[in-house]
Design a protein around this ligand. Structure first.
Ligand code: NAD
Length: 475
């Protein structure tokens, strides 16, 4: 019999440490420096009372700040029954490495409230979120220059607006107060494009990986996403947005896996129709034209080109890894593949595109939102009209010189000046491509680094160590 201990012998934080150590061998940094980079700097564990219905409930919550090498710290807040200190520390560590890889100048953090949001009314969730925020304010664990939360599993723009409002009411007159949290609604200082940012970043990152002819050849695939078979686990913010972009790019989404059902159609599922069905019926189960699998987790083991776990950590472990048939795994969730599974999959030549690079789109666009809040101006406001006037002028001159006129669709396209969302998408695309290039460069320079995860860790470790050196901490 396979026991849980045999399948998952280490905690989530230990898993992250294990992957770190594996990669640290390829760096030049001394032991003490590596130990400091790995250590979680501060953890605030709190318990507070909230009246739920007729009873008073004691709510357990956390905020972990993994690294202060750059400030503010940055990372989401999740609502889940599985939240514990180990989980937030692991997720905060991943945030440190993620920010370094995509050149976002923050230290890593993560928060969590140990609740199942489905068991609470919106009013109760609001009370819990506001109380959590005031606890963070009391201990100086939140602020635009200190620590900036964002959405994660079980939270979204609504919760971020509660955090913002609570913070501003406790710190009146703080001119940059809007930057105390990201992932806010656009009407409350959010940036256009943040909601879909993580899913879109997952798409940009995997599109780049799939475009590499040599790497695709090694696993028997042609380059490009068109016609590739895809399975996605988790249809929340990250999974549903990623699904939309893969579908638009011509990939065939053959299976979608949720907590209560997995649906399969070898001819392909339209994710927008599935989401509409889920909204109407409360589940993806019974989606017209699809087959519902007996066991949800069987969905992960079907034959496919690309498997995207976008739900929770430790979904692929030593137990199911031998049966995974995907050629590429794109870690949209944080920590979905355990180190034991990593080893098994590496032996099977599966390309694993790691979380700390692949789901960095969220923090990248959060960085843009934070910058927008500090600058107090919407992206594109200053230059949009100027660019449009200039483009119009250039186009008119070209038409006069050539004696030809472009059609109306082309005219609109050429004259268009960038809106906020255009700039955000462009910044995100550039960031994801540059990160792939930086990791590839590291792997090209050291042929002993065989796997992208190790390449990504080396990239992160070097940048964090250099930042400490610049602070004069490790002269
Ligand atoms: P979410 O709460 O919006 O969605 C999670 C989805 O997973 C839900 O639809 C839920 O029903 C489903 N789910 C839960 N348990 C499942 C199971 N056992 N099998 C299949 N589906 C299951 O959360 P999210 O924001 O999309 O986050 C998902 C993952 O992505 C998490 O690991 C999170 O840390 C990571 N992430 C999120 C962001 C972000 O911007 N939201 C950024 C980076 C990383």
């Amino acid at each position: 019999m396979i026991t849980t201990a045999a399948v998952a012998p280490y905690s989530f934080f230990q898993n992250v440490e294990k992957s770190f150590d594996e990669a640290a061998r390829f760096t030049k940094w001394e032991k003490g420096i590596l130990e400091q980079i790995k250590a979680c700097n501060s953890v605030y564990r709190m318990k507070f009372p909230v009246r739920v219905g007729k009873d008073v409930q004691v709510i357990e919550a956390y905020r972990a700040q993994h690294s202060h090498h750059k400030l503010p710290c940055k990372g989401g807040v999740r609502f889940s029954e599985n939240v514990d200190q180990d989980e937030v520390m692991a997720l905060a560590a991943l945030m440190t490495y993620k920010c370094a890889i995509v050149n976002v100048p923050f230290g890593g953090a993560k928060g969590g409230i140990k609740i199942n949001p489905r068991n609470y009314t919106p009013y109760e969730l609001e009370k819990i979120t506001r109380r959590y925020t005031s606890e963070l304010v009391k201990k100086n664990f939140i602020g635009p220059g200190v620590d900036v939360p964002a959405p994660d599993y079980g939270t979204g723009a609504r919760e971020m607006s509660w955090i913002l409002d609570t913070y501003l009411s406790l710190r009146p007159g703080e001119i940059d107060g809007m930057g105390c949290v990201t992932g806010k609604p656009v009407s409350q200082g959010g940036v256009r494009g943040r909601t879909e940012a993580t899913g879109l970043g997952v798409f940009y990152g995997l599109r780049e990986v799939f475009s590499r002819k040599e790497d695709m050849k090694k696993i028997g695939l042609t380059p490009g996403l068109e016609g590739k078979t895809v399975i996605i686990q988790g249809l929340g913010n990250v999974g549903s947005n990623a699904a939309k972009y893969f579908y638009k790019a011509g990939a065939t989404i053959i299976c979608l896996v949720e907590w209560d059902a997995a649906i399969y159609n070898p001819k392909g599922l339209n994710p927008e129709e599935v989401m509409k069905f889920k909204k109407e019926t409360g589940s993806i189960k019974g989606f017209p034209g699809s087959k519902t699998l007996k066991k949800n987790m069987d969905g992960l083991e079907l034959e496919c080109d690309l498997l995207i776990p976008a739900a929770l950590e430790r979904q692929i472990d030593a137990y199911n890894a031998p049966r995974i048939k995907a050629k590429v795994i794109g870690e949209a969730a944080n920590g979905p593949v355990t180190p034991e599974a990593d080893e098994i999959l590496n032996q099977k030549n599966v390309i694993i595109v790691p979380d700390m690079f692949l789901n960095a789109g969220g923090v990248t666009v959060s960085y843009f939102e934070w910058l927008k809040n500090l600058s107090h101006v919407r992206y594109g406001r200053m230059e949009k009209r100027f660019s449009e006037n200039m483009n119009h002028h250039i186009l008119t001159q070209m038409e006069e010189l050539t004696g030809r006129r472009v059609n109306e669709t082309e005219r609109k396209f050429i004259q268009h000046g960038a809106d906020e969302v255009d700039l955000v998408y462009s910044g995100l695309e550039e960031t994801m491509i540059q990160a792939v290039n930086e990791i590839s460069e590291i792997m090209n320079q050291n042929k002993n680094i065989k796997h992208i995860r190790s390449g990504a860790y080396v990239c992160a470790i070097n940048k964090v160590a250099e930042a400490y050196a610049q602070l004069g901490i490790f002269p």
